[in-house]
Design a protein around this ligand. Sequence first.
Ligand SMILES: Cc1cc2nc3c(=O)[nH]c(=O)nc-3n(C[C@H](O)[C@H](O)[C@H](O)COP(=O)(O)O)c2cc1C
Length: 370
Amino acid sequence: MRLFDPIALRGLALPNRIVVSPMCQYSAVDGCATDWHLIHWGQMLLSGAAMLTIEATAVTADGRITPSCLGLWDDATEAALGATLARARRQAPPMPVAIQLAHAGRKGSSARPWDGGMQIPIDRGGWTTHAPSALAHADGETPPAALDAAGLMRIRDAFVAAARRAERVGIDAIELHCAHGYLLHEFLSPLSNRRTDEYGGSFENRIRFPLEVFDAVRAAWPDARPLGVRLSATDWVDGGWNVDEAVEFARRLKARGGDWIDVSSGGVSPAQKIVAQPGIHVPFAREIRRATGVVTMAVGLITGARQADAIVAAGDADLIALARAFLRDPRWPWRAAAELGATVRGAPQYWRALPKEMAGIFGAARTGQR
Ligand SMILES: Cc1cc2nc3c(=O)[nH]c(=O)nc-3n(C[C@H](O)[C@H](O)[C@H](O)COP(=O)(O)O)c2cc1C
C-alpha cells in the first residue's frame, strides 16, 4: 500500500491516506464556530487531503480546554457548527469530515496558549473541572472534582448527544479523544486515576469508562459511519500508562467496532520525558497494528511525502495525520502528489495554478486552459 492508495473506513471511502489532524483553534465564542473556522476549514477542504478532522470539540461546556474551544453540546453550538461547515463545504471539492469529540477533564478551565495556557481561577471566568480523581494536573492548580456515578452518566450521555448532533450536521466520522491527558485518558492512566471503585485500579477497571463511552457512541452513531479513537500510547512516565496497555486497549476497541486507532502520546503528566524525533509515534503505531490488526493512523513530526509514503508502504500505519505541516503549507498534499506521481482533488478555480513539475496532479485533463 502507498500514501495515495484509497482506503475504506466502514462505508466511508477515502481517496488517499492523508488526514488533517485535529487542531484546536481557540476561536469559538460560547462553543460556537466563527468565521475563523470558516476560513480555516475552507483552506483544509481545498488541501487535497483525504479527510479533515475537526478540532477537539467539547461535549459539555465544562469539558472545554479553554473558554474559546469549540463545542457541540446544545442547539446553538450545533447550529453554528452545522452552518459554518456547510458554507465551507459548498465551496470546496467533496471531502469527508471527521470530528474529534472530547472532554478536557482536569485540563479544562485554561487560558488559550497565546494567553499563557495557565489554569483560569473560578473568580476570573474559570470553572470547576471534573476528573476520575481529585488530583491536580500540575502543582499549584486547583484540583478537579472527582466524578460520581451520576457525573459519569452525564458525560457518557453528553458524548452520545454530541454524536447525534454530529450526524445531523453531516459529519462523516467521529474520533474519540482518549489522548493527551484529557478526561478519557485520565481514566486510562494510573497517574491520574486513583479511584477505588470499579473505574480505577486494575487495567480492566481503568479502561471501563472509556469503553462505556465508546460503546454508547457506537450504538448511537450510524452503522455505516466510522468511529476511531486517538490514544496516547505511553505517558512517558515510569509507572504510567504504557504501550502494552495501549495495545490491549486497541484490541478491545477493535473487537467492539473501532475503525481506527490514531496513535499519539503523552499529555497526562508534567513529569513526562519525551524525546521528539521524526515520526515519533510510528513505532507505537506499528506495534499496535501488528499486534491487533486494527487500522492505525500515525501522527507526529511527519513532514515529508516520501517519509509518509514509506510509513504506509512498510505497513507501519494505514493513515498519516499531519497537523503543523498543514498550517504552514495547506497545499501539502498537492506537493506530495507531485513528488509521488499521484493525483488529488482540486477546485477548478485553482486548476491553472500548477507549474510544470506539478502538472497532472488534478488529473490529465484538468488544466483549465483553452
Ligand atoms: C495548533 C494545534 C492544535 C492542536 N489541537 C489538537 C486537538 O484538538 N486534538 C488533538 O488530539 N491534538 C491536537 N494537536 C496535536 C496534533 O493533532 C498532532 O498530534 C501534533 O501536532 C503532532 O503532529 P505534527 O507534528 O504533524 O504537528 C494540536 C496541535 C497543534 C499544533
